[in-house]
Design a protein. Structure first.
Length: 131
């Protein structure tokens, strides 16, 4: 059955961790919480062509308790952990039944750092290794 030219998919992530965090110089108690989500919108504008837009976000939150919390945070890189966002767009052509060729562009932002852009050409095979 034909479901129409539009597909929307998404997911939400929530995770919580706690325990000890050790380096070669110290040990502290840590609690971490991660929240994230992504949303895909795909438009099949012809039987063998489609375009898509994806939006993603991940936000970590870390809490360290102990006498050397600042030192451990610096040694493990947790002082630089920040939320990240990415938006990407794609146009793809179903070249063969099991081969798709697509061009993709994305922009990623990690905390207050300068945004990074990327462009890719992808060939995706969706076949089976067994016959």
């Amino acid at each position: 059955p034909d479901d129409g030219p539009w597909t929307v998919q998404g997911a939400w992530l929530w995770r919580q961790d706690q325990g000890s965090l050790r380096t070669s110089t110290a040990s502290v108690q840590q609690r971490a919480r991660y929240q994230g989500a992504w949303l895909d919108v795909v438009w099949a504008f012809r039987p063998d062509w489609q375009s898509a837009l994806r939006i993603e976000r991940l936000a970590p939150q870390h809490t360290l308790d102990g006498l050397s919390a600042t030192l451990v945070a610096r040694e493990t890189g947790l002082t630089d952990s920040a939320s990240s966002q990415r938006i990407s767009a794609m146009v793809g052509w179903q070249w063969q039944p099991d081969l798709q060729l697509s061009a993709e562009a994305s922009r990623e932002q990690l905390g207050s750092a300068a945004p990074r852009n990327a462009v890719a050409l992808r060939l995706r095979w969706q076949g089976s290794l067994t016959r």
